[in-house]
Design a protein around this ligand. Structure first.
Ligand code: SF4
Length: 335
């Protein structure tokens, strides 16, 4: 089997809370591989830890514990210099198209900046490479002389993609990269990501709160809740046959894509806010909002079980056919 681009085991990332009185368990024991050339989608509500996973993958945050291997190298075994060289191949693009663009720098300078930092190239080579990258993302070469304020949001996001291409990325973490764009532009940018992946074989970790966006581009999807993965499987399996109640709730909230078998059933609406990651519920963390919860769910943490090939779930009551019929309660609304 091909070696994963990145292998993560029991990743834990904790921060002190704002008042310093407790610890926020932003990520609490997640394990996954990202395979070469695949798009690994990560979805969840705000505060689920999905962005923290992404930032840790590219070295912007340090793990509290757990292991991360990049190709055949264990992160913990690399020297600082080795990691500095290795991490160039793991890049991140953010939601705000302006985040990585200095308003006082031309697009050409913004494009050559990452190459300048990496070192080892002549000025002429960096400029040629930058212009070629600009064309690769569908922008004209003459745009290199413009400033960010002269570009639309979609064009700026294309520049952000072009910035990371010369670094020969093996993995690009895309954190809500289309959330700030007009709906009409989103499809174009998603198509660009797909074209570049076909061409370059790069893998993506595609992070978003919008399951319909993630489903359009991902090969597999991980569903996050309060710092943990609750379900991970092939996109088709997650969308058409979700196994975890939280995934069912996320899909119920989406007009598209709605699994066919859910369209004729009661829809599930989530009540209440996501609990605080500083003080997560005991047992299954979803039990405070789950219509299927039983007394065991509040005391026993569910195992991470592979119920179908390549499809895992953390729920005491999930079966390979999904969940039993939803009990009629106040938290359930009819279509
Ligand atoms: Fe719901 Fe229990 Fe499954 Fe958690 S373990 S998702 S509370 S049924």
């Amino acid at each position: 089997m091909t070696r994963p681009v990145v292998s993560v085991r029991d990743l834990v990332v904790r921060f002190p809370s704002l008042d310093g009185s407790s610890e926020v368990r932003a990520v609490d024991g997640v394990s996954f591989d990202i395979r070469p050339g695949e798009t690994f989608g990560v979805i969840g509500e705000s505060g689920s830890g999905k962005s923290t996973v992404g930032r840790t993958l590219v070295g912007l945050l340090a793990p509290t514990s757990g292991t991360m291997a990049f190709g055949d190298r264990d992160r913990a075994a690399m020297t600082r210099a080795e990691w500095r060289t290795e991490r160039r191949h793991y890049q991140m693009i953010f939601q705000d198209p302006n985040a990585a663009l200095n308003p006082r720098m031309t697009i050409l300078d913004s494009l050559t900046e990452p190459m300048r930092i990496a070192g080892g190239r002549s000025k002429a080579d960096m400029q040629d490479t930058a212009l070629a990258a600009l064309e690769k993302v569908g922008l004209r070469r003459d745009m290199a002389q413009r400033y960010p304020h002269e570009l639309s949001g979609g064009q700026k996001q294309r520049v952000n993609i072009a910035r990371v291409l010369p670094l020969s990325p093996r993995l690009i973490v895309c954190d809500e990269v289309v959330a700030a764009l007009d709906v009409s532009i989103r499809g174009e940018i998603l198509n660009l990501f797909k074209e570049l992946q076909d061409d370059l074989g790069v893998a993506y970790a595609f992070i978003a709160h919008d399951i319909s966006v993630v489903a359009q581009i991902s090969d597999r999807i991980a569903v996050t809740y309060l710092g943990q993965f609750v379900e991970l499987g092939p996109t088709e399996g997650i969308i058409d046959d979700p196994l975890h109640p939280y995934t069912v709730a996320l899909l119920s909230a989406e007009p598209q894509p709605l699994p066919t078998h859910l369209r004729h059933r009661r829809r599930m609406t989530l009540e209440g806010d996501i609990p605080s990651p500083a003080n997560p519920p005991s047992g299954c963390r979803f039990h405070t909002r789950c219509p299927w919860a039983t007394p065991d769910c509040a005391s026993l943490e569910p195992e991470w079980r592979e119920l179908k090939p390549d499809h895992r779930v953390a729920c005491h009551h999930a079966t390979e056919k999904g969940m039993p019929p939803l009990p009629v309660r106040e938290s359930v609304s009819s279509d």
